[in-house]
Design a protein around this ligand. Structure first.
Ligand code: BG6
Length: 484
């Protein structure tokens, strides 16, 4: 990935810089960009936290925490040692206005640098952080702020956060991150759609029977019960990642790849989602929670028995739903979305299923053509077609074209791309406020309906509750077999 970032002198300040996200994703991604020579040699990364570390202690903490995410072979290198020299640690309590002095001293005199403030703390701290940055006069002409999800727990709370941030940063300087948009295949989808007459001419309800978007995880709640038990899968995954994927699949061709041109089109999709009544939620939204089971042969506990989960918790760890887009392109094509933790395996994919041929000449029912976009763990795009079996007679079989453009080239991690974009100032892959609010508006009736009742249990290691299969079966459809 060639990048102009090596010319851009920057300071990236990570609030929540000793936390889980920083260690799992942000520092490893920055290291990989550093190792590739893509960062300005004098660019600095400043982690803030409340651990009271001395600089040496902080570096030792980083070394121990990133061990699972950066292989030892990469850390025992000059590149890793020079990367550590970029790192600084500032101890501060973000709620304390007077506490920003040490940060100010570190950044002093560097106003020409791009300043990226990356807020990886709990979102209810975002307002205080921005206010205190402003008070300490740290918001320079070249400053921007990256906001991690979840931005609020409903429309009203997201508005409160956005209003507070907006007092200190113009919308064009606010980068709301959704790391799914940084994934290579998601961007490849744009090129596939808008770079090939073949697909775009078929990309509508006349030719497409339905679309499935699955984001399945085999991991459970891990050590994040404190956050997850309050959030659940709808807020954690559907409101952001799955709806963003849906936007990329469903949007009209944008006028250009400029941030606002793309975001205008995504917004139109979100605003065209058919609102769900309470009866619709009951009929077309499934919520589940994993019960004890086994993943790859190893027994795992029920969600309710995970450490940190409230007794009798009704938080959903699985959602499947049918969404409809009320516009000319998609009027009759449903979108089925599903996501869950502790499912049989990790597999994220978008399946675009074309309509069956109106009549088969070959004495057998033909499988419909499908475009299958694997997002992870493999990243590839395959077109499933019908072909002839070699030999005499005209017998048919399924054939598959692999459309993956990248071959064996390593794909950059989503955070690598997005952190670079934040430094360079490219905001196309970040969410605008109106998009975020439109997504909250659409999920709110589901949140309201789920005030009562309980999620349906499903076995850990399965594909979710039976109701998710029935959701499609009622429409005469099946979840795509690749995920099974
Ligand atoms: C995060 C969610 O946004 O995405 C997590 O908070 C989830 O619960 C993660 O595990 C999945 O991301 P990825 O890139 O591993 O699919």
């Amino acid at each position: 990935m060639s990048s102009p970032t090596q010319d851009i002198l920057f300071d990236m300040v990570i609030f929540g810089g000793t936390g889980d996200l920083a260690m799992r994703k942000l520092l490893p991604a920055l290291f990989l960009r550093h190792q590739a020579g893509a960062l300005h040699p004098e660019g600095r990364i400043v982690a803030t936290g409340r651990n009271g570390y001395e600089p040496g202690q902080f570096l030792a903490w980083v070394d121990s925490q990133v061990a699972g995410f950066i292989p030892a072979a990469h850390r025992d290198t000059p590149a890793w040692r020079s990367f550590l020299q970029r790192l600084h640690y500032v101890d501060l309590d973000v709620r304390e206005p007077g506490a920003f002095g040490a940060l100010k001293a570190l950044l002093a005199g560097e106003t020409a640098r791009v300043r990226v403030f990356y807020l990886a703390t709990a979102p209810d701290l975002f307002g205080d952080i921005c206010e205190n940055l402003d008070e300490a006069e740290l918001i320079t002409e070249r400053a921007r702020v990256v906001l991690e999800k979840p931005l609020g727990h409903d429309l009203a709370s997201s508005r409160v956060i956005n209003d507070r941030v907006a007092r200190h940063f113009a919308e064009s300087r606010i980068y709301r991150i959704d790391h799914y948009l940084g994934k290579e295949t998601v961007q490849n989808l744009l090129v596939l759609r808008f770079g090939n007459a073949l697909f775009e001419s078929l990309w509508n309800e006349k030719h497409i029977d339905h679309i499935q978007i699955t984001v399945a995880e085999s991991i459970g709640v891990e050590s994040r019960a404190g956050f997850y038990d309050q959030a659940g899968a709808l807020r954690d995954m559907v409101q952001n990642h799955l709806l963003q994927l849906l936007c990329f699949v469903a949007m009209e061709p944008p006028a250009s790849l400029d941030a606002d041109a793309v975001r205008d089109e995504k917004l139109k999709v979100l605003r065209s989602l058919k609102p769900l009544s309470a009866a619709d939620v009951a009929a077309q939204v499934v919520r589940g929670q994993y019960a004890a089971g086994a993943i790859a042969g190893a027994a795992v506990p029920a969600y309710r028995d995970e450490p940190g989960v409230a007794e009798g918790s009704a938080t959903e760890t699985f959602v499947a739903l049918k969404a409809e887009i009320a516009n000319w392109r998609w009027g009759k094509t449903p979108f089925y979305l599903r996501t869950g933790k502790r499912l049989a395996r990790r597999s994220s994919e978008i399946v675009v299923q074309l309509k069956a041929v109106p009549h088969s000449l070959f004495g057998t029912e033909l499988a419909p053509n499908r475009l299958v976009i694997h997002i992870q763990p493999e990243e590839d795009i395959r077109l499933q077609l019908c072909g002839k079996k070699p030999g005499s007679g005209v017998n048919v079989r399924d054939v598959e074209l692999n459309l993956t453009a990248c071959g064996a080239e390593p794909m950059p991690d989503a955070y690598e791309r997005l952190l670079v974009d934040a430094i360079v100032g490219r905001s196309t892959l970040f969410m605008r406020r109106d998009e975020l609010e439109a997504a909250w508006c659409w999920v709110e009736p589901i949140l309201a309906a789920w005030q009562s009742g309980r999620p349906e249990p499903y076995l850990a290691g399965s594909w979710g509750p039976l109701a998710a299969d029935l959701l499609l079966a009622r429409d005469g459809r099946l979840w795509h077999g690749d995920a099974l």
